[in-house]
Write a new protein. Sequence first.
Length: 327
Amino acid sequence: MDLPKLSIAALGGTVSMQASNAGEGVIPSVSGEALLSSIPELTTLAGVTVETLGLLPSASLDFEFLLNVLSWAEFQVKQGAVGVVITQGTDTLEEAAVFLDYLWPYDTPLVLTGAMRSAAQPGADGPANLLDACRVALAHNSQQRGVQVVMNGQIHQAGSVRKTDSLALQAFSSPVVGPAGLLLEDRVRYLRPPGQRTVLPLPQQTTQKVALLEASLSADTLLLENILALDYDGLVIGGFGAGHISQRWATTIEHIAKRIPVIIATRTGSGSTARASYGFGGGEMDLIRKGASMAGFLCPRKARILLWLLLGCQRQHALAQYLNEDI
Ligand code: GLU
């Protein structure tokens, strides 16, 4: 019987990490091929192609590298892969997932996974997560769901998933909406139908710079005042509560928003920004009047990725349209 084709790429991260010598910290050193040998049962499910595209801690991935990963994944689909799986570090998994999701044009599943425990640690979760990710990538009901993250038995949509714990095995969650699905007795079970997706054109340029600053109590305006002089093309603020900043910051934002797009998100970790509740200086109604856009459910980091991609394909003027979409 012909098995379906599945392609797997390893980028690095804890799932690929082990220590060279006892007592030394773990570093990325386990290839994709070696990762695959930890899940021999996969050979009964699929004909697998595996490549090691990088051995990086995920903090050191960047957008250019992810664009190369995207074109590798697209090539796999053109070669007949029914699903694609990428392993990487979990620290930036939510950002890589949404970056790839905005650019993934296929119905074919693209699934990201990683591990919270390194390869040689007792109870390493990498093999289980990788096998789960492969099952999700191979499942017929995973079509039209864009990029998904599979960790610890749960399936999360790229737009909603966040790393919400630094070291726990259950490190990922999707605030407000919850996971899109689960792996139950090795079966892929979705809790809701696929949603509407936004797919952007590939960026024609990659030199645009988008700053991300977080509001904090009694913060000075030194960095904000220098954003334009530093030639940033866009600015995202992780604002207080429902998307608020101090009166002092708001005065500076008014000036910046006349020149470059400014998005205000919430730093809370869950929920949406407001649009029409608070009228004080630095509240969302004041910020909208001053030319800023509210991020809605997009967290500050994902709002920054959206703005970077829109700037890259000269669609920044349509920002409002992309921010008003549901999670
Ligand atoms: N905990 C992270 C991981 O799961 C650390 C390293 C990284 O993100 O690459 O991979």
